[in-house]
Design a protein around this ligand. Structure first.
Ligand code: CMC
Length: 425
């Protein structure tokens, strides 16, 4: 076994090196504190491997993303979202019979409990749909109090989570615009069902345009997993205390909502609209993003892991062109986005820091073309990420190295002082 040496106060320590199937080496510091008294200091966990995982591989320097070994370029645009979800969760592509049964179960389990439908009436009219989504997903487990018990059927929870997340999303939209709810059908694909539930009227048949169904499948697959990102790590963190899968995933939805993570797709559109309203002077905004005294950042740019390009953004840029052309849409925000990208990629500030467009840069323009309202963009990200969160939850629950996640800290507060008795009024 390979080891690294740590020399501290003239004492030498051997630290084991572990490597995964793609040979990325890591120091195994599990015994570090016991043997040296030291902990590591790594804010943002940029150098910390929190687990071993066999789900998704990313090589950020080479712009590689693979689900269960399959390159993202071979999945997005070629398979249905639900087939890719099966792959991510069970580790292999389904047979045709398995796929049809899986798709049917996702639909049959997509009805939210009739009492839970009433919950929609009680949210504030100002509630953000991510707020509603996290609360509703958390509430599902209240209808299954025996979750985690002896005869519990985990597959059914998986079907419910993937099936119901789109129902909750579509219903919260329909509620916000005062339209009656539309229910899914077993003869529709996952994405077709979602589009139907969003846009159909009960008064007439709604034929889901193929171009929209295929584009949505591709978008959801691109968002499906991204190894130990903020929301997935949140799901694992909560799960490590033995919380149920609905509670864990609900926490992940809240983590995703932030604008540095999934909320960036909504923030990109808001930014592009702001630039359009401000005379389309995109160069001014590139300059603003570089200023240290200005909190403005180029939303949809930069990534913790990708230091070359984000393969998802490459796929999306082409798809946006193709889909908008097929749908006959000309979106002025797309021109602004392309101009921003061109200027930023030639600018030393972005070159030196290796900042490239990420998955959120072009996704919003595609959602917009599909008729999805801006405040629903991050909800769409959550629908796509659901199989990823589930796969990680399941992997973690079977991990022999599982311990409750409980990082340490470097304390920087007051040293010992004594309380002087004070009489407070
Ligand atoms: N615009 C301008 N400057 C940036 C940007 C940006 N979008 N992103 C990073 N930088 C600068 C940052 O100021 C820092 O500069 P300096 O070294 O001079 O202090 C340097 O680049 C390194 O950035 P960092 O913030 O230390 O990098 P990080 O790995 O901690 O953060 C990030 C990654 C994605 C949060 C960040 O790049 C960012 O805030 N991007 C904008 C928000 C966004 O698009 N988020 C979506 C991420 S991808 C999808 C997802 O995760 O959901």
């Amino acid at each position: 076994m390979k080891t690294a040496k740590l020399i501290l106060d003239d004492k030498e320590y051997e630290i084991p090196v572990v490597a995964g199937t793609e040979n990325e080496p890591a120091l195994d510091i599990r015994k570090l504190r016991d043997t040296t008294g030291l902990i590591t200091y790594d804010p943002g966990y940029a150098n910390t491997g929190s687990c071993k995982s066999g789900i998704t591989f990313i090589d950020g320097d080479r712009g590689i993303l693979r689900y269960r070994g399959y390159p993202i370029e071979e999945l997005a645009g070629n398979v249905r979202f639900s087939a890719a979800a099966y792959l991510l969760i069970y580790g292999r592509m389904p047979s045709e019979a398995e796929f049809m049964e899986w798709r049917k179960q996702l639909t049959l389990n997509s009805f939210i409990h009739a009492s839970q439908v009433n919950f929609f009436d009680n949210y504030s009219v100002h509630a953000h749909p991510m707020n509603i989504l996290s609360a509703m997903v958390s509430s599902i487990s209240s209808f299954y109090p025996h979750i985690g018990g002896e005869n519990d059927n985990m597959d059914q929870h998986i079907h419910r989570l993937i099936g119901q997340v789109k129902t909750i999303a579509a219903f919260s939209y329909r509620k916000s615009v005062g339209l009656p709810y539309v229910y899914p059908r077993t003869d529709h694909s996952y994405s077709a069902n979602f589009l139907r539930m969003m846009f159909a009227t009960p008064a007439e048949e709604y034929v889901v345009p193929k171009v929209m169904e295929n584009a949505l499948d591709m978008l959801l697959i691109l968002h499906m997993d991204h190894e130990q990102n903020c929301s997935t790590s949140t799901v694992r963190m909560v799960a490590s205390s033995m919380s149920n899968i609905y509670a864990s995933v609900s926490a992940g939805i809240n983590a995703l909502w932030g604008r540095l993570h999934g909320g960036a797709n909504e923030a990109v559109l808001t930014m592009l609209q702001r630039i359009a309203d401000d005379g389309s002077d995109y160069k001014k905004y590139v300059e603003m993003a570089k200023r240290k005294d200005d909190p403005f950042k180029l939303m949809g740019f930069g990534h913790r892991v990708y230091k070359n390009f984000d393969p998802r953004s490459k796929i999306l840029k082409k798809a946006v062109d193709d889909v908008l052309t097929e749908m006959g849409i000309q979106d002025p925000l797309l021109d602004i986005a392309k101009n921003l990208e061109e200027v930023a990629l030639k600018d030393d500030f972005f070159i030196e820091r290796k900042l490239y467009p990420n998955v959120d840069f072009y996704s919003g323009i595609l959602y917009r073309a599909l008729g999805i309202p801006t405040e629903m963009f991050t909800v769409l990200f959550a629908i796509g990420r659901m199989p990823g969160w589930i796969a990680h939850w399941l992997e973690m629950s079977k991990d022999p190295d599982l311990r409750i996640q409980r990082p340490r800290q470097v304390y920087t507060g007051e040293t010992l002082r004594h309380y002087e008795k004070t009489i407070y009024p």
